[in-house]
Design a protein around this ligand. Sequence first.
Ligand code: NAD
Ligand code: DAU
Length: 351
Amino acid sequence: MNKKIVVTGGAGFIGSHVIRRFVSGYPEYQIINLDKLTYAGNLANLKDIENQPNYRFVKGDITDVEFIDSFFNKEKPDNIIHLAAESHVDRSISNPTEFVMTNVLGTVNLLNAAKKYWVGNYNENRFYHVSTDEVYGALGEEGLFTEETRYDPHSPYSASKASSDHFVRAYHDTYGINAVISNCSNNYGSHHFPEKLIPLAINNLLNNKSVPVYGKGENIRDWLWVEDHARAIDVIFHKGKSGETFNIGGHNEWKNIDLIILLCKIMDGKLKRVAGSSEKLISFVKDRAGHDIRYAIDSSKLQKELDWVPSLQFEEGLEKTVDWYLANTAWLDDVTSGGYLKYYQDQYVKR
Ligand code: NAD
Ligand code: DAU
């Protein structure tokens, strides 16, 4: 069946992988990438598919009520996959209000538009909200986050995502909006903005700069290949029951310091450096405020109900990621210099 899907935040890291998957995998769908192009949005992430007949980019801000209303009125999309967000925890600590605006109000604006324009068709039209495992707070040494784990966010970022999840559930329960939510663990892979741990470390090691490890590097994250996340979103979008939540994760827990040491070894090999030279660039720095100690996801519901499993072993995925960055130093240089902002943002005006 034909669908007209708006993907918000499609110029970002995960959004660009979701767009690529849907544009290539479903030529019968029309995919509109709705993105404000903040510092994190980069249309170069979609160069390979930008001329596909079933793809379009529209520049727009989900916090702008008038724009969202006229966009829905004009485009009449029948599905939303909502990824647009402020996504970096450290930025949320220095500027929490921006996270409330985009992550909470932006989500509510989209829900209001769906409520208004889909009236009479709530069952057919789907609102897919992409969220994070950080809403569940922090785990001790044992246990996993399940879909029943109580929300307990600690950072302004995770509090804003938790709030947006609650609004999506409230619009489902109150108005009958057809909604699904997924909560995923840390993603890694190509086109990841180099403020996040893995691409930041790759970029710094490449340039012989120190790699900042917060605290003692003992915090644990559960890493998932970004293309496996995009595949999970595809499956949940098509087969997940309305009102349901799915946890997505890689069963792949790593202490930050162990991950960075592995990355240093891979970089030494790829750059033909003396073994151990990259590790010398590790620098332990002041810890992140309110730093959650451990995240780990139980994705058995998704595996059992919708037959999804992660496809890549972490060591293989990390090596592929390093290979991508080494083959795309122009992308990296453009992002770190800010060149991409000028080039791409000047080309589009808000419609
Ligand atoms: P990102 O920061 O790379 O991209 C965010 C995108 O949203 C950018 O293209 C940006 O321009 C756009 N955007 C921001 N504010 C906007 C606004 N007001 N209007 C329109 N567009 C706007 O983020 P990401 O890492 O790709 O994460 C995407 C989503 O997935 C987020 O909702 C995030 O919470 C969630 N998530 C991320 C991870 C992860 O590991 N990165 C894990 C689980 C869930
Ligand atoms: O768990 C899912 C979340 O993963 C997503 O919802 C977020 O959008 C995404 O940014 C990510 O959040 P994290 O805070 O876990 O990712 P980040 O890459 O910022 O940090 C990963 C870990 O590495 C974390 O424990 C903090 C640490 N860290 C991070 C940076 C940037 C460092 O030690 N040094 C660093 O320089």
